[in-house]
Design a protein around this ligand. Structure first.
Ligand code: ADP
Ligand code: MG
Length: 372
């Protein structure tokens, strides 16, 4: 997978420009707040996933303007493809190879990328939302229908929660909850089984990569923790068993859920427990171990995309190099050979050892290619 051309026609602070990156390493350097991350975000949007910065569509419009447009030409699935995203005063137009898509998520599964950002430390430090989001974004690129399961589930969850609240005053609504539960189990089972399948691919890769980073001195393992199952899950389980456990858990939680007015059990509450040498990373891991684990998770995500699609994803490294010490940086760079990489940094001198194909300078949203 590689980007062959990016046409910017208004996106945040980026001035209109056309750039043609190389197949190898592309460095985008410049001072802070010039637009480097904005460019990475623009490329990322073509994966069909939400912004890794949690932005809304309206955030992409340049200040005081009501149009934002980007076009990406890329080589993927053995052919040249183009995709366009345009936001115009509350409307958007998404085209993939000139065919109109209903939403940005219609682009999923066509252009694949993995983004590394300093914020990703929250993946191991913060609450379970971050880890579920990691899984859901990664699975979404492999399985476009997965995002529809997530939206359907979230909608049902809101309906169940509102029925739970109203049922306190209208007991006749209790029967409705049976209907929501049945649907939640249906979508919840599809989501949980996709997550377990993904973790089954992720876990051995992470173990191998982490062992490489720690030079074999430590072992990274993980399990899926679900309130609807009686113990941490370390392997795939049959769908019928998932459905049965989820249905039972919802039934058992109902009395309490009616009091709380919310749903206390289900895939929206699940988590991944990451352990180093059998000790919880989140509770006891050192900063170094946490950074290594994030690197392992992200590189494993790249590996899974390659193993399943036969193509390396485009790698977007937003300002992460300065965060890593020499040995982790070397490990990462050694694993990027033969892939297209976009690296943002303040000082390109930092990468003088790297055989960079092209370097681009960013200043106040104006991007220009170095020619020397
Ligand atoms: N919608 C927008 N319209 C215009 N400028 C924006 C918009 N969103 C962000 N910016 C500007 O972009 C700059 C930040 O760009 P960013 O890519 O994060 O910088 P960096 O080069 O440090 O990665 C800031 O100056 C910010 O004000
Ligand atoms: Mg930045």
């Amino acid at each position: 997978m590689r980007v062959t051309k990016i046409s910017l026609n208004g996106f945040r602070n980026l001035e209109p420009a056309v750039i043609e990156p190389c197949d190898g390493v592309n460095i985008i350097y410049g001072n802070n707040a010039q637009g480097k991350t904005n460019l990475i975000e623009a490329i990322w949007l073509f994966t069909g996933s939400r912004s890794f910065r949690g932005a809304k569509d309206s955030d992409y419009l340049p200040f005081k303007k009501n149009f934002a447009g980007i076009e990406l030409c890329f080589f993927g699935q053995q052919r040249d493809q183009t995709a366009k995203i345009a936001f115009h005063a509350g409307n958007k137009k998404i085209l993939l190879n000139e065919i109109q898509q209903k939403s940005v998520s219609g682009l999923k599964g066509n252009f694949n990328a993995v983004v590394f950002s300093p914020d990703h430390l929250s993946l191991v430090k913060d609450g379970p939302d971050e880890r579920r989001n990691f899984l859901d974004t990664a699975i979404g690129q492999l399985m476009p229908q997965y995002s529809r399961y997530i939206s359907a589930y979230n909608k049902l969850l809101l309906q169940r929660n509102s029925t739970l609240k109203d049922a306190q005053y209208h007991s006749s609504l209790i029967d409705m909850i049976d209907i929501w539960d049945e649907q939640l189990v249906k979508y919840g089972t599809a989501i949980a089984s996709a997550r377990l399948r993904y973790i089954n691919l992720l876990s051995p890769l992470c173990e191998e990569i982490y062992s490489g980073i720690s030079k074999g001195s430590e072992k990274m393992t993980m399990s899926y923790c679900a309130g609807w199952f009686d113990k941490p899950i370390e392997e795939e389980i049959p769908r019928e068993k998932i459905a049965e456990s989820m249905a039972l858990a919802l039934k058992n939680a109902r009395k309490n859920d009616l009091v709380q007015g919310s749903t206390s059990v289900g895939i929206h509450r699940d988590d991944i427990n990451i352990m180093i040498d059998s000790v919880s990373l989140r509770a006891y891991g050192s900063q170094g171990q946490q950074r290594s684990c994030v690197l392992a998770l992200k590189l494993a995500e790249c590996g899974i995309l390659y193993n399943t699609t036969g193509e390396h994803p485009v790698i977007l490294l937003d300002d992460v190099m300065s965060e890593l010490d020499n040995s982790r940086r070397d490990y990462l760079l050694n694993h990027l050979k033969g892939r297209q990489v976009f690296i943002t940094c303040c000082d390109k001198g930092y990468f003088k050892d790297l055989q960079a194909g092209k370097t681009f300078y960013m200043e106040a949203g104006v991007i220009s290619e170095d020619t020397e």
